[in-house]
Design a protein around this ligand. Structure first.
Ligand code: F6R
Length: 242
């Protein structure tokens, strides 16, 4: 594992974007695994700038996002598909049919999850998977549990997640109760993994995830067992790892 402490959020975003840009340059047909959340917004903005400067192209790449709410259409402004359109897909030359997000509008969860795993396998697997880190160590929607879920699956959101998300919806009743997420096995099959974390509120979990015991109670800790992981944090998130 390579563990890099950047001086601030901007440097973290630049270094992480460089890693993705290098993947696109080395293999224009690369398959990128992508994440939503606040942490990657800066690195997506940087990738858009790199694209506008003519330094990178997504024209031959494919993308697979980690997760999506079940029951939200792609047009819903809180769907992860919408987030990706706003922050990256709508601003670069990626071919829309090669961008993949679990199909939140498909109520048949077994079909939706199986189709996702199959689509990833069909393109030969993920070359570089980007991950954010939840405060409890979750990656994707894989929350602390007694074991590591393997494949893409349906999860029920915890009450605290529903409460936290309610600020983004008209009422708490509108907040999705479930989501589709890649499993830990899906993530671990990626050939390389890039984790980003920023802010003092992530310092404790960064230390536990990457320097503590490997346990499904801290899902990200499993990444310590992956042969090609880069973790890029800002100084605040890395403060306990000096
Ligand atoms: C997003 C995802 C989540 C986030 C995590 C951190 O697709 O799967 O696991 O990466 O919740 O979110 P932020 O970056 O908002 O702190």
């Amino acid at each position: 594992m390579e563990f890099i402490v950047a001086k601030d959020y901007d440097e973290m975003s630049r270094l992480a974007a460089d890693k993705i840009a290098a993947c696109l340059k080395a293999k224009p047909t690369c398959v990128l695994g992508l994440a939503t959340g606040s942490t990657p917004i800066g690195l997506y903005a940087q990738l858009v700038r790199d694209f506008e400067a003519g330094e990178i192209s997504f024209a031959d790449a494919a993308t697979f996002n980690l997760d999506e709410y079940r029951g939200l259409s792609p047009e819903h402004d809180q769907s992860y598909r919408y987030f990706m359109e706003q922050n990256l897909f709508g601003k670069v030359d990626v071919e829309p049919s090669r961008t993949h997000v679990p199909d939140g509008a498909n109520p048949d969860h077994e079909a939706a999850c199986a189709a996702y795993e199959q689509a990833i396998a069909q393109v030969g697997g993920i070359d570089l998977q980007l991950l954010g880190l939840g405060h409890n160590g979750h990656i994707g929607f894989n929350e602390p549990a007694d074991d590591f879920p393997v494949d893409t699956h349906l999860v029920g959101l915890t009450e605290s997640t529903i409460q936290a998300n309610s600020r983004l919806f008209d009422s708490i009743d509108d907040v999705p109760r479930e989501a589709y997420t890649m499993g830990i096995g899906t993530i671990m099959k990626a050939r390389s993994i890039l984790v980003v974390a920023s802010g003092a509120d992530k310092a404790d979990i960064v230390k536990r995830a990457f320097f503590g015991p490997v346990t499904p109670q801290v899902p990200a800790s499993v990444l310590q067992l992956h042969p090609d992981v880069t973790v890029i944090v800002d100084a605040e998130a890395g403060a306990q790892c000096a």
